[in-house]
Design a protein around this ligand. Structure first.
Ligand code: NDP
Ligand code: MG
Length: 386
């Protein structure tokens, strides 16, 4: 039996992970849960799954959560509390599904205490890929991707050796604005951007999918997860989201992984790896789908993807800035303060102001993240970009 800790248990990935635990009671036990502020759902999860620890990131909710479930479990709060959930002694596997860089320190500490990681929180690798991959080696733990594209690549890579890989083909749905012109993007609303054609996800990643920053973050995630150079990663728009990604080997053979767009499959695989468990879910019927189409991403229209490649070529610290600036810009967009296209413009201006820092420590990553947020906020307040 795997004993798991779920960081971000109240989110899209967290709740889908708990559905799997519910389905396979013999295989998994949940000993730790962590969320930010949704104590109603966290309370219900504690009552159902009876973890040994429940952590709430928002310290102002601690007393109330403790009042509700303090008799059932140990309640922890604030960043330290979330780290306690990430490092809970009885857990062997941590599902890292907090959104944003808030997931970095808990995941880093989980690795340091020898936990295997099922990684959904791509921001961990985007901001600290070098540090995290070193810690994974040092602590001899596994990091299995949950992100559907990376789960696909992970499965395809098993069909050859690392030195036989010539290219990774990362597919992208293209998001809700795939067919809009740049001019039309000037006036899209938050509601438009939140309507993803194929996937139902948390708000931040849904906006990232509309700007294609999500794909940019995934390129950086792939660079670290699979130790592959950015030149060998190709992004291909595939609106049906059936081919989740592919790997080209040196002999020209391309291995792809296909499936319906359903996160249950990659989450479950990350939990059961190297085994597979049967499911009763809907299965892929290729003839019912009919056409699969592919085309190049438009980097002029989707500047954020171009900025992610630029950050990768600048250096590790630029990826921290890209990520922090993006988190802040998405917040501004979601609160109706800036336009859709301003997201990319503000991130670009923030990157322009960054001077590369080499060999960063984990504390320097956190400090630079704050710098990038402050810089973007200042740029917004100056009012040069609307
Ligand atoms: P959601 O917004 O749905 O959920 C985020 C979760 O993180 C919630 O449980 C939230 O708690 C918790 N959280 C946020 N901030 C903190 C914090 N400071 N401390 C503790 N917990 C916190 O996001 P998703 O589930 O969609 O995404 C999670 C991660 O997985 C992201 O990195 C995303 O890129 C990645 N991912 C998601 C996919 C998807 O299909 N959703 C697909 C591939 C990757 P609360 O509810 O209390 O706010
Ligand atoms: Mg993905």
């Amino acid at each position: 039996m795997k004993v798991i800790s779920i960081l971000g248990s109240t989110g899209s990935i967290g709740t889908q992970t708990l559905n799997i635990v519910r389905e396979y009671k013999e295989e998994f036990r949940v000993d730790a849960l962590a969320a930010y502020s949704n104590i109603d759902l966290l309370e219900a999860q504690v009552r159902e799954f009876k973890p040994k620890i429940a952590a709430i990131g928002d310290a102002s909710q601690y007393k109330e959560l403790k009042r509700r479930v303090g008799g059932l479990t140990y309640v922890a709060a604030d960043r330290e509390g979330v780290v306690e959930a990430a490092t809970a002694e009885s857990c062997d596997t941590v599902v890292s599904a907090i959104v944003g860089i808030a997931g970095l320190i808990p995941t880093y500490n989980a690795i340091k205490t020898g936990k295997n990681i099922a990684l959904a929180n791509k921001e961990t690798l985007v901001t600290a890929g070098r540090i995290i991959t070193e810690e994974i080696k040092k602590n001899n733990v596994k990091m299995i991707p949950v992100d559907s594209e990376h789960s696909a690549i992970f499965q395809c890579l098993a069909k050859g050796k690392q030195n036989e890989v010539s290219k990774i083909i990362l597919t992208a749905s293209g998001g809700p604005f795939r067919n809009r012109t740049l001019k039309e993007l000037e006036n899209v609303t938050v509601q438009d951007a939140l309507k993803h054609p194929n996937w139902s996800m948390g708000r931040k990643i849904t906006i990232d999918s509309a700007t294609l920053m999500n794909k940019g973050l995934e390129v950086i995630e792939a660079r670290w997860l699979f130790d592959i150079m950015p030149e060998s990663i190709e992004v291909c728009v595939h609106p049906q989201s059936i081919i989740h990604s592919a790997v080209e080997f040196v002999d020209g053979a391309v291995i792809a992984q296909l499936g319906l767009p359903d996160m249950k499959i990659p989450i479950q695989y990350a939990l059961t790896y190297p085994e597979r468990l049967p499911t009763n879910g809907e299965k892929l019927n290729l003839t019912a789908i009919g056409d699969l189409t592919f085309y190049e991403p438009d980097m002029k229209k989707f500047k954020c993807l171009k900025l992610a490649f630029r950050a990768l070529s600048m250096g590790d610290s630029a990826c921290v800035v890209l990520n922090g600036a993006n988190e802040e810009a998405v917040k501004l967009f979601l609160s109706g303060k800036i336009s859709f296209l301003a997201i990319g413009d503000l991130i670009e201006k923030t990157l322009d102001k960054h001077k590369i820092i080499s060999n960063m420590s984990i504390d320097e990553v956190s400090a630079l993240d704050l710098w990038s947020r402050k810089t973007l906020t200042n740029l917004y307040e100056l009012g040069c970009i609307k």
